[in-house]
Write a protein that binds this ligand. Structure first.
Ligand code: ZN
Length: 87
């Protein structure tokens, strides 16, 4: 019962402290403008907790996945450019 209550309280607020003083993150060093948008990155101004407003969980895994995908894309682009411009 207590777990159910906790889920109901602060449904739109911070999943950690329940504060409604939250703002969507517009820009991050790891994802630029696009990354936080894709991951629904949201910041709680009360406890500084960063999370995904859709899953209501920490975005750490999402950030790692996003970084890996970006790295792979960068690598593929680099490889293709190298192949097409090799003399
Ligand atoms: Zn909070």
């Amino acid at each position: 019962m207590e777990d159910q209550l906790d889920q109901l309280v602060g449904k739109d607020g911070c999943p950690k402290c329940g504060s409604e003083n939250i703002t969507p993150v517009k820009y991050t060093w790891w994802g630029g403008v696009l990354g936080p948008k894709i991951l629904h990155h949201t910041k709680c101004n009360a406890c500084k907790f960063l999370y995904n407003s859709k899953t209501r969980k920490s975005n750490t895994t999402g950030i790692i996945v996003y970084s890996v995908i970006l790295f792979v894309i960068a690598f593929v682009v680099f490889f293709l450019l190298r192949t097409s411009f090799s003399f």
